[in-house]
Design a protein around this ligand. Sequence first.
Ligand code: NDP
Length: 446
Amino acid sequence: MDTRLESVREIVLERNPGENEFHQAVAEVFSSLVPVLDKHPEFADASILERICEPERQIIFRVPWVDDSGQVQINRGFRVEFNSALGPYKGGLRFHPSVYLGIIKFLGFEQIFKNALTGMPIGGGKGGADFDPRGRSDGEIMRFCQSFMTELYRHIGEYTDVPAGDIGVGGREIGYLFGQYKRITNRYESGVLTGKGVTWGGSLVRPEATGYGTVLFTQEMLRTRNQTFDGQRVAVSGAGNVAIHAIAKSQALGASVVTCSDSSGYVVDEDGIDVELLQQIKEVERGRISDYAERRGGSVKFVEGGSVWDVDVTVALPCATQNELDEADAAKLVKSGLVAVAEGANMPCTSKAADIFHDAGVLFGPGKAANAGGVATSALEMQQNASRDAWTFEYTEERLTDIMVGIHDRCAATADEYGKPGNYVVGANISGFVKVADAMLAQGVI
Ligand code: NDP
């Protein structure tokens, strides 16, 4: 690695011991930056690299709450306010038992460049807790969210930091969080959280936006090879917010999505996943993917503990979690005729898997570009809140489509400019980084 990048990477490793996911995310961005530093020596002179890897603020707090049996439970809450060069910190909250500072930092770091790519005025941040919502009653979820917000409220605001959902945080949780914020502050500050319900300040298309956006980005990649979604055989992983809407959009464009999964295993449905049934089971009943196989019947099979990437497909959309698709999965998919991969989740492909896709000439859309539709629509929600307006579904979806096409074209043009045509990783990293670095330079050493 280039010495300018290597010295900063060493500082990151030393300052953030044991935070493997964060180290991985930094290495992935740095792998694209040598030509940028050659072209812009002023970035190195102003220590932009070192500053961009150090969050502006990191908040860690205790979240005490009482479960249904009267027992006091303690969780750990996080909010990493990473970079505000382009606007207020913006990024979701994740509630999952695996959450620790390294995961929040990796997500926050990615979010800086993703948000820059959307072209919207938003900085990067991320938060969450090591709380496991699975199996918890509605009352327990509410009490947890209220306790979490009782500390978080003093750090956020529509001009400061605007959280949203992520794994384990959907419309229900955003409702409880917003209610508690409103109660504590005595302000109906709609723009403090996004992903709200449409009757109380939310935006139409926000629930669909990440999944739809991932498919729209993939469609643009396929277009460069004179292909479309029509007739593609698609594997989607996950069965949450991103996965469900990626499945719906793929099928609306003529593809057949034959898989989805959760942490217990995956299903194969050769007739194409029935999205309505999946949504009913996962979002209304909060059931498991095995229930889908059981209820759908016929030849639909549930594979306990297996990997969804064992199924032969032409398009792969990993929409569950980080590092869920490794080099062995990538090699297998390439061998079976894969054409395109787009990351609906954040960093679902290991860096070795991404290398295999690139070497094989498979179209590869990295998460910071391919799943940026969610945060972009959150920014559209903020626009509606600021103007006390509510847009139609059609208009909002049109805006999302324009944004995704814009992100695709910006990544493609930047990759061309830096001599790596078709490499969306290089395009996304450089395009996002240069925009943030320019703003940081202009704003002085802060
Ligand atoms: P949800 O909580 O709605 O769904 C997550 C899904 O992934 C569930 O089916 C879950 O299964 C599965 N999953 C989670 N962890 C694991 C694991 N360790 N192994 C296997 N499966 C797992 O989350 P989202 O759909 O919102 O988020 C999915 C991904 O998309 C995340 O990487 C997130 O950061 C990213 N993302 C989300 C955005 C959004 O707008 N929501 C925006 C941009 C990116 P189970 O129920 O069994 O845990």
